[in-house]
Design a protein around this ligand. Structure first.
Ligand SMILES: *Cc1c(COP(=O)(O)O)cnc(C)c1O
Length: 360
């Protein structure tokens, strides 16, 4: 048996050294005589694991001291609801930018709790660009401005942090968090599910400026109340302990890679060579405006769409798996997060060239 290059959008590849370490520590963590899964979340050992993960995340992202870092359940989807519940703070309108299918999901959930003012949308053009900030309509009385920094399905990524017009800026960073340095102080709240670029499914991270907390919408369940979670060290109830531990191992691995500035250089290189291969060939195409192409998720189509199934199955035989596009958009998609080795991208590019020679 040998490990494949897995281009899944999520759950996605984890760094091999992380899996090896988890294997080595599976039966006994430290001198506890038990696995992390079997520990009390309130015990000394797990609390140390949890605190180390928070400290490493703070270090990697240079999180300012007046921000809380929370480890939560319910995924990014849980935060689609928790964000309005926690951040409306007596207001009735929140402002959203729609740049793809994940923005749309965040918007439709928010509509259960407030009016949504649409600052801008690229739906009409099929979500292939980021609308110029000067075209956005951001009402001054909105509670916050929400955007999705990387659209996992459409392959569109913000390259800069948008100006929030003085409102708290809220970002769904699920699929590009930790792929590059980011100025956390520009945000009111950042959230991200772990299973794209941070760890296994079942845990999500929220980074929130503490002065925004404490004014939840009446009826907010305790488990979505970020102030309650924060006051209880993300242990209002039993947290997903093993996922938290694995996320911590990924953070340690990232530090060993040189942190986010080093990761960004690798991500630029990996994505640039894949887009270059797509652009150089009439057989492959990517619809996204080059300035906003995602470094994490690279959707592409074949000129002969009828060959897409063959492409996926022959790629699989070559050890390159999960290249099918999202079921709502079709085509192919290569997700190349931090844990995808550069050799995996090289192997995909080589395979694409061979496939084109054979069928093009
Ligand atoms: C995957 C994804 C989500 C949903 O994450 P869950 O953890 O499954 O709820 C939300 N936003 C973006 C950008 C995603 O990629």
């Amino acid at each position: 048996m040998s490990r494949v290059y897995n281009f899944s959008a999520g759950p996605s590849m984890l760094p091999e050294p992380v899996l090896q370490r988890a294997r080595d520590e599976m039966l006994e963590w430290g001198d506890t005589g038990m696995s992390v899964m079997e520990m009390s979340h309130r015990g000394k050992s797990f609390v140390a694991i949890a605190e180390k993960a928070e400290a490493d995340l703070r270090e990697l992202l240079a999180v300012p001291a007046d921000y809380k870092v929370l480890f939560v359940q319910g995924g990014a989807t849980g935060q689609f609801a928790a964000v309005p519940m926690n951040l409306l703070r007596g207001k009735t309108t929140a402002c959203y930018v729609s740049t793809g299918l994940w923005s749309e999901k965040a918007i439709s959930e928010a509509k259960m709790y407030c009016q949504v003012a649409l600052a801008a949308s690229t739906k009409e053009g099929g979500y292939t660009t980021i609308p110029g900030r000067e075209t956005w309509n951001v009402p001054a009385d909105a509670a916050y401005l929400h955007y999705t920094s990387n659209e996992t399905i459409n392959g569109v990524e913000f390259q800069d942090i948008p100006d929030a017009n003085g409102l708290p800026l809220v970002c769904d960073m699920s699929s590009n968090i930790l792929s590059r340095p980011v100025d956390v102080s520009r945000y009111g709240l950042i959230y991200a599910g772990a299973q794209k670029n941070m760890g296994p499914a079942g845990i999500a991270v929220v980074i929130v400026r503490e002065d925004l907390l404490g004014q939840v919408l009446p009826g907010t369940p305790g488990i979505l109340d970020l102030k309650k979670l924060s006051d209880n060290g993300s242990m209002l109830n039993t947290p997903p302990t093993y996922n938290w531990y694995l996320l911590g191992l990924v953070l340690e691995w990232l530090k060993g890679q040189g942190g986010l500035a080093a990761m960004e250089q690798v991500n630029i290189r990996k994505s640039a060579k894949l887009y270059a291969a797509i652009d150089a060939s009439p057989f492959y195409s990517n619809p996204v405006e080059p300035a906003y192409r995602s470094r994490m998720n690279v959707p592409f189509r074949l000129a002969k769409a009828e060959l897409e199934k063959t492409f996926a199955s022959e790629a699989k035989s070559a050890g390159l798996v999960t290249l099918e596009g999202h079921r709502q958009v079709g085509g192919m998609r290569a997700s190349i997060y931090n844990a995808m080795p550069e050799a995996g991208v090289d192997a995909l590019i080589a395979f694409m060239g061979e496939f084109e020679r054979k069928y093009g």
